[in-house]
Design a binder for this molecule. Sequence first.
Ligand code: AHM
Ligand code: MG
Length: 304
Amino acid sequence: MARKNQTLGEFIIENQSEFQYSSGELSRLINSIRLAAKMVNHEVNKAGLVDITGSAGEINTQGEDQQKLDVLANDTFIRTLTNREIVCGIASEENDDFITIEGHKENHSNKYVVLMDPLDGSSNIDVNVSVGTIFSIYRRVTPVGTPVQLEDFLQPGNLQVAAGYIVYGTSTMLVYTTGHGVNGFTLNPALGTYYLSHPNMKFSEDGNIYSVNEGNYNHFPQGVKDYIKYCQQDEDDRPYTSRYIGSLVSDIHRNMIKGGIYMYPQSAKSPNGKLRLLYECNPMAFIAEQAGGTASDGHTRIMI
Ligand code: AHM
Ligand code: MG
């Protein structure tokens, strides 16, 4: 039973049994993510004070200019998860290939793989706008004790066992689901402890926000253009309000709390849309559905 203001540590222990495979491993994994998120938060908060903003001078596997903080967040999450020998594999938006963790233990029997976007929206860092981390957790499908394979990572979204995000905003929050609703924890930076501030998060039924990069409007499919015009019409409770940060985690976090829709449709620049299925769409879809919302690619449910 979630109690407001209980710590994330207490919450994890008390709710361990809700998790269908309940071996304690997933709890330890969420604990490691909580630790890495604290370290990344510490670095993000120093942006502007020390030389960590701007480009790292590399292009990542997605063809994008890596920011210094992308690299730092990526290293922090990978190091924390690897050192604790808590997972058997990691795939990151910033790495060309997945990482196999063999472990030092005699019977390295970790069952989970983590997929992550370590610092989403990082182009916003230089201008002091919220960024986030997104993670998605699956049980491996290949035999325990053997090196992970690509198929352990390329699983359909509906097989996720947990997913979450951290938003580094005016305060830092860790929000996650294991398929039993969504809970949000706010970091008290003085104590380094997360407290349950948003139990059982649900999309508001009567939201009036739409979030989309309207700079791409001319290239959107006709159906999307019609929908945007619908949002803008003077009728009933419309026009709706347009809010777009350009930081997926923050945009969805706000829309979940206030009620609204987030869209990244295809455009000339991004014929398949911009968001990545494994690192962004699947985890955010799991959270959205667990919060009473829906997540679609415009035709079908994302979590298939
Ligand atoms: P990133 O993973 O390289 O940071 O890109 C993903 C981000 C999302 O956070 C955001 O919703 C979207 O890209 C914004 O794209 P655009 O600037 O084209 O509107
Ligand atoms: Mg991203």
